[in-house]
Design a protein around this ligand. Structure first.
Ligand code: SF4
Length: 355
């Protein structure tokens, strides 16, 4: 029997060690807690991967600045707006704009203008999440005023020692700055999401347990986390031999989602694409373990192959009614209901901001 009010680091580590045969109870319990707190709706957000140009060099990421093997792209504004119009036509009411990290006035202004254009063309009906890395408070503020209301900034690891094993230690990759950005986003009024990679080299179960407690401590509204998947053109790839098998990383991710649901019953938890890269049913497995958000990729197909943050990233055409119809049916097979007509904002955000 799991007592939600008594979950501490030792309990979390114990739950992370749960074997395959014992884990069903944990997943069912997390799903039950979700149903009691936020219901059985699965909200859908279409992701547009705006550009794979990045000024950073994270050791695990295939689109890092130093990867010369990659063809870089930048979707034009017209293509973004066409994609958004198409997304709205097939039924999406919420989108995510994601990109490599670019920090300059031109980029800030471009996003600001795109946000205003999207809000105008959708008559304010499209919910917009941004995932554009660490920016200045002023930039976050400008984008918020232009219409974005949710922001995803993954901490990747809440342990500074591990953080600096997977990032260069320099002024561009600064753990403290990432924490500061998460704080600024909250102060401005965004619904804030973070997340971590699961199954990294050098990572312990204690690290993962602390990651969950970190998310609870900073009162996140949303989470997107999934298995670390190695990318062949990155420095971290050389530690491939010490990694757990991918199926184990998937199982561990499913347990992380379930435990997070127990300690934060009313937040939004996304079923990350990396789950599906390991198992076709990965996203549905995440939903039945406590997740409630699915983010199909609606980036124009011609760019899809170049946003290679990890290897074997799934490529489907998610910008069709046929895709959404199939997704709806898949979601119904696990006794959930796909919801397209609402933004699906975080219940947690409204609850803590009403206090
Ligand atoms: S993880 Fe993000 S910031 Fe780091 S290299 Fe990749 S896209 Fe850039």
């Amino acid at each position: 029997m799991i007592n939600q009010n008594e979950i501490n680091i030792d309990t979390i580590i114990k739950l992370l060690k749960t074997s395959l045969s014992e884990s069903n109870y944990l997943f069912e319990f997390a799903n039950k807690i979700k149903l009691e707190n936020i219901g059985n709706k699965v909200h859908i957000r279409g992701i547009i991967e705006l550009s794979n140009i990045c000024s950073k060099d994270c050791y695990y990421c295939g689109i890092r600045k130093s990867n010369k093997k990659l063809e870089r792209y930048n979707i034009t504004d017209d293509e973004v707006l066409q994609t958004v119009a198409e997304a709205q036509k097939v039924g999406y009411t919420s989108i995510v704009i994601q990109s490599g990290e670019i920090i300059d006035e031109h980029f800030t202004e471009r996003i600001e203008n795109l946000l205003k254009a999207i809000k105008q063309m959708s008559d304010g009906k499209l919910g917009i999440t941004l995932s554009l890395g660490e920016q200045t408070t002023e930039t976050f503020q400008r984008w918020f005023q232009a219409g974005a209301h949710r922001y995803l900034l993954r901490i990747e690891s809440s342990n500074p020692d591990l953080y600096y094993k997977i990032h260069p230690k320099d002024e561009k990759h600064n753990f403290e700055n990432r924490l500061k950005c998460l704080e600024s986003l909250k102060q401005i009024g965004y619904q804030v999401g973070t997340g971590v990679m699961i199954g990294l080299p050098f990572q312990t179960l204690e690290d993962l347990a602390n990651d969950l407690l970190f998310m609870k401590r900073i009162e996140i509204d949303m989470c997107g986390m999934g298995p670390y998947i190695e990318q062949v053109d990155t420095p971290l790839y050389k530690f491939k031999e010490v990694l757990k098998p991918q199926t184990e990383r998937l199982f561990l991710s499913q347990k992380m989602i379930a435990i997070l649901r127990l300690i934060m019953p009313d937040i939004n938890i996304a079923a990350a694409t990396s789950l599906q890269a390991i198992d076709k049913k990965g996203k549905l497995m995440a939903i039945t373990s406590g997740g409630n958000i699915i983010m199909p990729n609606i980036t124009p197909m011609k760019y899809r192959n170049e946003y290679k943050i990890y290897d074997n990233k799934p490529i489907n055409n998610d910008l069709t009614m046929k895709f959404l119809f199939k997704l709806k049916k898949d979601i119904e097979t696990i006794n959930h209901q796909m919801e397209l007509n609402e933004w699906g904002d975080s219940h947690h955000f409204y609850k803590i901001n009403q206090k």
